[in-house]
Design a protein around this ligand. Structure first.
Ligand code: SAM
Length: 269
């Protein structure tokens, strides 16, 4: 969903926040998968002090309260989304909505469990790095891992399905990571290119070698916890797949945490 008309920066940001918010909440596959994960983690939630980092509508904060959490801090940075969050959790006495970036949240008690859904289409391009900037140390974080997958696409496949595609697009789009360029693509997780585990070291720069023949490559992420798959995001409704023409056999992908957002640099080498 995009805004068509000219708006001042502040208003545009508010509406963008709101639109991304309603976009993910009609995604029942995502909701089910993450609730299933929380249910599995029940023993770390029941009777415990929990945090939801980036609480959005609060559906998962509410679910943690229903699983018996003693207290849930629902931390959300966006002012616009926070207004809706506050309303949604007002009947839950043990959910405390906090309008802050998670990096600035300083609870004065021990946090047993932190839940987040900070995954981007390129795994690290949303807010995963925020988890390394916390001012408190949760005893357990979930989900605690992820994978970035790549798919190889040949011109023949595109030409067969896409009436407007021309081979010249590859030159025009060279070096650009484009969200949902081919909306008809059914993602195949041909090759895992990045694995992330919270307990191990996090890397922000990757040199990826792909010798496979392809005209375009597609990227999509997977949510993982305790080394088990939680959600293949390409099977959920509103998660974008990222496409780019395959220009050579090697590229550099670099993520820089900018204290509120993550910048992505991508270069073929
Ligand atoms: C993908 S949504 C997930 C919302 C909710 N947890 C859910 O799964 O339904 C991410 C939310 O986190 C918020 N957010 C992103 N980075 C944040 C940060 N560093 N601190 C607090 N909130 C953040 C966004 O505004 C957005 O509402």
């Amino acid at each position: 969903m995009e805004i068509l008309n000219e708006l001042n920066e502040r208003k545009r940001r508010d509406i963008d926040d709101f639109l991304s918010f309603i976009g993910i909440y009609e995604d029942t596959k995502r909701e089910k998968a993450l609730k299933k994960l929380l249910h599995k983690e029940k023993k770390y939630i029941k009777g415990k002090t929990c945090v939801e980092a980036g609480a959005g509508s609060g559906i998962f904060s509410i679910y943690m309260a229903e699983l018996g959490a003693k207290k849930v801090y629902a931390v959300e940075e966006s002012k616009t989304i926070f207004k809706l969050l506050k309303k949604n959790v007002e009947n839950f006495k043990n959910i405390i909505p906090i309008n802050k970036r998670i990096e600035e949240f300083e609870p004065d008690e021990e946090i047993d469990f932190l839940f987040h859904e900070f995954y981007g289409s390129l795994l690290f391009d949303e807010s995963i790095f925020s988890l390394y900037e916390l001012r408190f140390k949760p005893k357990r974080i979930a989900p605690d891992g992820g994978r970035l997958w790549c798919m190889f696409i040949r011109d023949e496949e595109i030409l067969e399905k896409d009436k407007i595609y021309r081979r010249e697009w590859k030159e025009i789009l060279k070096g650009a990571l484009v969200l949902d360029l081919f909306p008809w693509v059914k993602f195949r997780n041909d090759k895992k290119i990045i694995g992330w585990n919270y307990k191990k070291d996090i890397k922000k720069e990757f040199i990826i070698e792909l010798k496979e023949k392809a005209d375009f490559i597609g990227f999509a992420s997977e949510i993982v916890h305790d080394e088990e798959s939680v959600l293949k995001t390409w099977e959920a409704k509103n998660w974008a797949i990222v496409f780019t023409p395959k220009v050579s056999d090697k590229f550099r992908l670099k993520f820089s945490y900018k204290g509120g957002y993550t910048e992505v640099k991508f270069v073929w080498i």
